[in-house]
Design a protein around this ligand. Structure first.
Ligand code: NAD
Length: 249
């Protein structure tokens, strides 16, 4: 029960890393508010003890303001929402750039800014955990131009918040996963499969990027989020936590 007595908000909790984190945090005793734009998939979490769900589109400033007013002070915020665009700079349209920055970075700015005042007022400290990626933020990845650019920005956002609130007990860390099995990864594998001769070949290409020779699991990333949200990580802030099967070695 490493998170007992803590209230946690998670974005993009309907599937993948966000969902696994909602389950892991609740198992450790947290009161979890799991959010996602996809209300239908999110509702599957309602039956689990310790989790309540709220539909939240992190691209909607009015919805974020309403949400922040309802939840009040939280002890942990996991900003997990994000989208992977494929392609180089020449493939990236103005619309792709705007969408990627809005969902992958600006949503973190919006939600953190909305929840931080209550965290500070509560004076019991809090942990903010932002999802970045190993791809292009720490190591370059081919055809991940705008994705990598946004995920590098997440690291800057994280460090800035960490330093500005370090004396008020607010910790802020970034997580950089390698390739993690998730529903959207299956979509990316299917899409790549069309150009490389099948989904199996495409999966092998994703797997081979990790020197460990396998994909990571959402549960493995969730375990890192639990640690960063817990008091065990009390001396850790502004750090970039790689969890990538050795990809960046
Ligand atoms: P996923 O991509 O399969 O699911 C993403 C979830 O985000 C979905 O439930 C979707 O409904 C939700 N979402 C999309 N737009 C939203 C919005 N506007 N508001 C709220 N929710 C929204 O899950 P995943 O692959 O585990 O990825 C989660 C995060 O982890 C992303 O930020 C991704 O960039 C990052 N990440 C993933 C991997 C990986 O290999 N899977 C690697 C590194 C980083």
């Amino acid at each position: 029960m490493r998170l007992q007595g803590k209230k946690a908000v998670i974005t993009a909790a309907a599937q993948g890393i966000g969902r696994a984190t909602a389950v892991a945090m609740a198992r450790e005793g947290a009161e979890v508010i799991a959010t996602d734009v996809n209300a239908e998939r999110l509702a599957e979490l309602n039956s689990l003890p310790g989790i309540r769900t709220t539909q939240l589109n992190v691209r909607d400033p009015a919805a974020i303001a309403d949400f922040a007013a309802q939840v009040g002070a939280v002890d942990a915020l996991f900003n997990c929402a994000g989208f992977v665009h494929h392609g180089t700079i020449l493939d990236c349209s103005e619309a792709d750039w705007d969408f990627a920055f809005d969902l992958n970075v600006r949503s973190m700015f919006r939600l953190t800014k909305a929840l931080l005042p209550a965290m500070l007022e509560a004076k019991r400290g809090a942990s903010i955990i932002n999802i970045s990626s190993g791809a292009s933020s720490v190591k370059a990845a081919a055809n991940r131009f705008v994705y990598g650019t946004t995920k590098a920005a997440v690291i800057g956002l994280t460090k800035s918040i960490a330093l500005d609130y370090i004396r008020q007990g607010i910790r802020c860390n970034a997580i950089c996963p390698g390739t993690i099995q998730s529903p959207s990864l299956d979509d990316r594998i299917a899409a790549l499969g069309e150009s490389v001769g099948g989904a199996e070949k495409a999966r092998e290409m994703f797997v081979s990027r990790q020197p460990m020779g396998r994909l990571g699991t959402a549960e493995e990333v969730a375990a890192l989020v639990v640690y960063l949200a817990s008091d065990e990580a009390a001396f850790t802030t502004g750090a970039v936590h790689l969890i990538d099967g050795g990809w960046t070695l």
